[in-house]
Ligand binder design. Sequence first.
Ligand code: PLP
Ligand SMILES: N[C@@H](CCOP(=O)(O)O)C(=O)O
Length: 453
Amino acid sequence: MQYVSTRGQSDPLSFTKAVATGLAPDGGLYVPMDLPDLRPFLKDWEGLGYADLCEEFFKLFATDLDPVVLKQCVRDAYLDFSHPDTAPLKTLEKGLHVLELFHGPTLAFKDFALQLLGNLYEAQIQRTGNPINVLGATSGDTGAAAIHGLLGKEGVNIFILYPRGGVSALQERQMTCTRADNVYAIGIDGTFDDAQNSIKEVFGDLEFRHSAHLSAVNSINLARVLAQCVYYIYAFFRLPEEERENLTFVVPTGNFGNVLAGWWTQKMGLPVKGFHIATNQNDILYRLFTTGKYEVHSVHPSSAPSMDIQIASNFERFLYFHEGQDPARVREIMSQFRDSGQYTFADFNRDTFSASRATDADIQAHIRDIHEQYGYVLDPHTACGFQNLPESGTRVVLGTADPAKFPETIELSIGEHPKSPRLEELKAIEPCSYVLEPDPESVKKFIHEHITS
Ligand SMILES: Cc1ncc(COP(=O)(O)O)c(C=O)c1O
Ligand SMILES: N[C@@H](CCOP(=O)(O)O)C(=O)O
């Protein structure tokens, strides 16, 4: 399987090369040259455990990776998940389920891909003999999961930029209380978008990228999106047969990586009716999917802070398919968007997507209502999924984080203060963090100083 850039001006690469490269040299994102047809495999995959399913899925994509290495990477990735089902489906009532994706080591759905990516990077280091320096931007969860996925691995430094004051206190502790001397959690005065733009520019400096052996952990990295495809297939098989028709996945959305992964599985033949994009008050994707206009507004901090994002990087992967896999069109649209902060589609095809936006008041109301109705506690991101929930068919809401990461909002909503032992133990550790301007030159200087010292 080969991977091409959405902007069409970089050479196609194999899986291992595309994963190692992260952002394509032309600034685009890697996508499979062709999405494979999963339908011939689905019957055999039903009943597989999570790791086995993940391995079978990746065999179709990681075609240049030694199958023994792939097996080991996948096996190890899901060992530290605390639930025997890895991604359990919690039924609230017939036709309404929460897919709990927060039983991994950092209590958010990012663990599904980042534990695996950490192992793929370790295998890369062993294969090439080169160290890697990982650079990422986070609004809270990616940073924690990336750090955990790479902690203790030989030959790795981890640089994570996050908005100071823009992540929850416990998310910040997950990044700053590691006691590891190869982890650099860097607070910036700016938004997640500023951090993401800045690291994209750093990756765009190809000379620096190569000399510093930089690797990406955000969902610009193809392996992230592929790993996130697996739980949609797994969830489908966990539904009773009569609930598999008319299935909508409801996906709390920020950087568009999670819902894109689901949409790809549908394009590959998983029989899903549609996807519901659930944003918080930072609603660029809601506005796009309801009006056809993609326009940046400023970010307003919300009680679902990991989704305080305006410039959704995986929108470009959707755009590539929306524009008939025409990289020239992608370049034209992305360039206009970059210059003016907006793009209006004359003929926007929203495919099988619907969308909603939730304010902070809505988030609290959903946490309260679902608790009252079902005795179930939602985290604030998952709560966004209950806004304008599609009324018919089967709805599977993706539970993207453990409520214990956001105890203040839960307390305000239902008067309970959820706790998790994994988070409580961080409170005894002295945090270690750095502060930087979110400009690419400062980031490069910081990385250079710390990898050469
Ligand atoms: C808890 C949580 N929910 C939802 C999202 C949205 O996922 P995505 O950025 O892939 O759209 C994120 C991160 O963005 C998150 O951390
Ligand atoms: N919500 C994310 C934002 C980064 O998204 P990614 O999927 O591109 O890594 C976070 O928690 O950091």
